[in-house]
Design a protein around this ligand. Sequence first.
Ligand SMILES: *Cc1c(COP(=O)(O)O)cnc(C)c1O
Length: 430
Amino acid sequence: MRYFSTNGRSAVVGFREALLQGQPEDGGLYFPAEIPNLAKLAISPWLEGGEAETAFSLMRPYVGGEIPDAALQAICEDAIDFPFPLVEITPGIFALELFHGPTLAFKDVGARFMSRCLEYFSGSIGKRAVVIVATSGDTGGAVAHGFAGVEGVSVVILFPKGRVSRVQELQLTRTSDNVITLEVHGSFDDCQKLAKTALSDSELRNKYFLTSANSINIARWLPQQTYYFVARRQLPDAKIVFSIPSGNFGNIAAGLIAQRAGLGAGSFIAACNANNVVPKYLETGQYIPAPSKATLSNAMDVGDPSNLARISQLFNDDLDRIRENMATASISDEETAATIRKVHEEFGYTMDPHAAVGYASLKRLKKPDHGEIGVVLATAHPVKFDSVAEILGNYIAVPSAVAMLEERERRSTEIANSYSEMIDAIKRSL
Ligand SMILES: *Cc1c(COP(=O)(O)O)cnc(C)c1O
């Protein structure tokens, strides 16, 4: 498989190169030169084995032989060793729970898959690979745990001190030896600036292979197609409306690719919070990036979603086709909180704020009695967000994955918002 840049000015590369580079130099995103037609290839990922087997048969054409089948199969089995249960909330509406991985959010799938692919290629890079990531909460935990103990790779995580939830802080600071956690006295934007500067630091680059493991990497993005086929397996004949809590639009872009590959009858809703740049774009035809607004569903506080470039590419920049294939909604914090309360009261199901945005969007857009089944992607466990217990006024049982973290040693270094302090801390630990 070849990958080209959506900006069209960088070289076309294979899987390994696209994975290692992360982003093409022209600032676009890597996009597969062709979307495999599963029926033609006689692949039916919804029939095959468990989650890991599905991921393998989906990823195989995208890897294009650059990782041999046996190794790729082992990577999938190791990366995706937890289920994605489909839970009926009320007749006709299901939650596809993607939060049973180690950091209780769907980003575990992509982060774990990417880390193991990078481990596979690390021997051929010639230098130690160092992954540098700034996080506002969810991504850092998934990357820290995804890369924990991975051979030949070190990870530097930067997070804003005191601005992540209790569970996120545990996940960021109770990690393993090859992960360096730095808590910065500053904001997420400060962390991101520090990470960007480090990634282009020529002294570091001479010594190490630097990469970012961010959400636009094809190895984080493409395996997310698995979710949709796992839902399809459990609802083989249904017309499914998927509602996807969206921030950077990577997850929904993976769903739309899955649809093109042959997922079967269904439609897609991009469920957004108050950060409504894309809903406005589809409504008015004008794309106007905006500074992100802080909301209850903070992993979706994105004012200029990068993966929209992939969705545009998929539909040849035809706005009407995008509109036909992707509905959108924007849900306020008030409505999100009310949804969490209502779903809990009426159905006894506890949702996190991201899934609640998905549920509210589905309720707003799904036409009743069309014989459609609604599937909300439940992207995170409610215990990750302190707001849920506040909204419901009760305590949420802590899953064992989190309880186990509490027993581990805290490993984290506090630094000022200063490049030299960051470099010193990195050099001491690498
Ligand atoms: C990252 C994240 C999202 C948004 O996913 P995108 O692929 O960026 O649209 C939604 N929910 C949770 C819990 C997340 O961590």
